[in-house]
Design a protein around this ligand. Sequence first.
Ligand code: ARG
Length: 591
Amino acid sequence: MFLTEQQTIETKIKTFCEANGILLAALEWKPLPFNGEWGISTSFFATAAAESRLGKNIVVAKRAQEIAEQIKGQLGAEGFSRIEAVRGYLNLYFDTHKYSRRVVDTVLEQQGRFGSGPATGQQVMIEFSHPNTHKAFHVGHLRGTILGDSICRILDFAGYEVVRANYPGDMGLHVIKWLWGYLKYHNGEEPSADITKWMGEVYAEASKRLEENPDLETEVRGVYARWDQRDPEIVTLWERTREWSLEGFRQMYTALDVRFDVYYFNSQEEKPGKEIVDELIRSGIASDDRAQGGAVIVKIDEFLGLDKEQFRTAVVLRSDGTALYATEDLALTLHKFHDYPDLAKSLYLVDVRQSLHFTQVFKILEIAGHAEAQKCGHISYELVTLPGNVVMSSREGTVVLLEDLLREATSRARAEAQKKNPALTETQLESVAKAVGLGALKYPILARENTKMVTFDWQTALDFNGQAAPYIQYAHVRCNSILKKAQGDPQTLNFHRSPYEYELNPAEVQLIDMLSRFPDEVQRAAAEYKPLIIASIAYDIAKAFAGFYDACPVVQAEPRIRAARLRIVAATKQTLANSLALLGITAPEVM
Ligand code: ARG
């Protein structure tokens, strides 16, 4: 928050050191732990250590303290309430009143941009969601979709240029099975309302019939052969039905408020993937064991001369010469850089079970001399489970459909909202149900470490008093109603320049401290690809606001205080809205 002050001070320190022959090492600034008073701190150990290395006869700790004291003596306390030199550190404390006001002013000036970072000039691609066409969009895809969307929002806000990529699986045995099942049992039918659900049902039926009667596999192989020969009837049917799935996904993404900039499809990567494999064989990186009935493989560890098992051996082409998942990913990786040559990073948000797969794909490309592979990375996440330990990605029976989950979320949220505020009109209730329902679905996923399982349960997700979306949304609504109540009152019209010269209540200082942390938390969340950090600060702000709300009268306070506090409430409302936006959660005005 106080970059300007920090820079001014740093310039002063540099000037002083130059004038006094001190070879100043790079300064590192850290906020002082908040203790009712804000401050920043830096140390001179690196400078003293460098002097010692140059052969000066000094004790590093003692010399660091000496420099800190000299600088303290030189600096005017201007802008600071006090300056300390302790144990080699220089601690600068801000005037609490001025700082409080500065934080609140900054939020209200920057509004929707408060917390955002300066443009980094770096372009980053995040591939996420990647459901399979001709199958249901089940909740197993939900975590990746929600997490990916939030990571994109955070990176964008933090100053990166983000490319949102999707990679639906649109060809493979599952698609062939579907086409077979459709032709045999549903020929001529078209999906109506719930496209994705219907697509999933056709697929599930095909699987079931094949299981009951394995003889039918011959027919499926027949469809595969027709596809391989690009039989026009099959190709046309595939194109048409694929479009149905994609339309279903688009509806789903609209419902979830998620968007993409570019779509890749595995069907397009098959041929270029095989070409890469040919290149790998020619250059001696892959060994072609097809003549002996084997596959095409890359013994990565052996190739790199590693004794310990690390990258292992990857299969890059089947023995019958057909493409594998890995074959296609080799091509996709390069395809992305072909389309976006300036990518600083190309990241794949895929569940943890595929870690080895991505490590291998990137390593093989690197070995083959594709330097861009070093810019690639896998962000992994764990699965989601429902109560009763139903894993939401299994194939039969236990699959929970996203449409159903969304519907349930909305109706449960509606019931809660009605209980809480019976005065809501039908229109209000509808939009509250949507906002709260979606928040309840997204927040538990985002508020969890990517690498830990999420166990989803409605009670926690819809808790208005615990660490949950409705609690944060409700804080936003409370801020809104305080501000509304105060409007039209002449006293508040000039609240924009109030001096904060009353004694600040610890609860309001606490709240302001939370607001001031938001910009740093955005940067941290972006650096670590962790929406969890934003989910936590949003909750901490809401909690600090509850403390403030209990301890500090606003509308009832005397005019001077009332004006300052209204500004604090407005700044809180804004920061809550900004943080919820990064989570892809709506901040309602009423609920
Ligand atoms: N569609 C795949 C699945 O459902 C995930 C694709 C992940 N992305 C990739 N580039 N391989 O498992």
